[in-house]
Design a binder for this molecule. Structure first.
Ligand SMILES: [Zn+2]
Length: 272
């Protein structure tokens, strides 16, 4: 049966609406469309990235990702096959592609002092995926450059080549600039996710504070991150306020988590 765009929007709304992630946002992509678009984009951006492979740090990142996902209070998180990648770059940045691939630069890993802080960055990025912010944006904004990618939305055909503008990574990152509302939603969902997994939700605000300090001391290193994740005083205070309001999970679940090896592993990769 062929559906009209309106019917597709209603079906997507029902899927997302039931999951309780967010209010009505039209999304012309199917869930599978998110996943296939992310797979395609990850192949493209990885031509511009140097990934750390087979390292203890990848292991830590994968363990944190699994712990967050297992504890997820929102069914929407379970709809996507997340994968976690550490990028060998001193630039402070993190991003997620639709459908699950999450990228963390060494620069942002180094900013994180504890596993809770690392989990806050990952939980925020996973929330963009679960809330399907990228494909929502492709649906609602008139991004003519992306009309060709949008063909992946409901029709199961191979994705045509994308007309890249300059470096693929830079192009994709420029697309992943979310509205303040979407950033606030990723913070809110991320805080609940890390809290459910037994991480300290106040770690999100402490990462924000550190990034904000870096913006003053080393602006060029955090420039790209700040352009996609502007850190206003309001946003930092919101993270503090929301984390204070969250009900912590029972102590047994938290105690069951194995002790963090993140600080030691991070030392192995730290650059002078
Ligand atoms: Zn974000």
């Amino acid at each position: 049966m062929k559906r009209t765009p309106l019917q597709v929007a209603v079906v997507c709304w029902l899927v997302v609406g039931c999951a309780g992630v967010h209010r009505f946002h039209p999304n012309f992509y199917s869930l599978d469309g998110d996943i296939r678009l992310g797979e395609q984009l990850s192949k493209e951006v990885e031509t511009d990235l140097v990934l750390l492979r087979h390292s203890a740090l990848n292991q830590v990142v994968n363990t944190v990702g699994r712990r967050l996902l297992d504890a997820s209070p929102e069914p929407a998180f379970k709809l996507f096959p997340y994968s976690y990648h550490v990028v060998d770059s001193p630039e402070v940045n993190a991003f997620a592609l639709p459908g699950g691939p999450v990228y963390l630069n060494m620069g942002i890993v180094e900013v994180c002092e504890t596993e809770d802080e690392l989990a806050s960055v990952m939980a925020h990025e996973m929330s963009h995926v679960a809330a399907r912010h990228a494909t929502e944006m492709l649906t609602t904004q008139n991004l003519s450059q992306l009309a060709i990618i949008a063909a992946v939305s409901v029709v199961p055909i191979p994705i045509p080549p994308i007309a890249w503008e300059g470096a693929k990574l830079g192009y994709v990152l420029s697309l992943l600039r979310y509205s303040r509302g979407k950033e606030a939603e990723a913070d809110r969902l991320g805080l609940r996710l890390m809290n459910a997994a037994g991480y300290d939700p106040t770690a999100m605000a402490s990462v924000f504070r550190k990034l904000s300090e870096q913006q003053h001391s080393l602006p060029s290193v955090v420039e790209r991150f700040m352009s996609s994740h502007p850190l206003s005083e309001v946003r930092m205070r919101d993270a503090e306020r929301q984390s204070a309001q969250l009900e912590r999970p029972n102590a047994a679940a938290v105690a069951a988590a194995s002790p963090s090896t993140f600080p030691q592993v991070k030392m192995m990769f730290a650059k002078d």
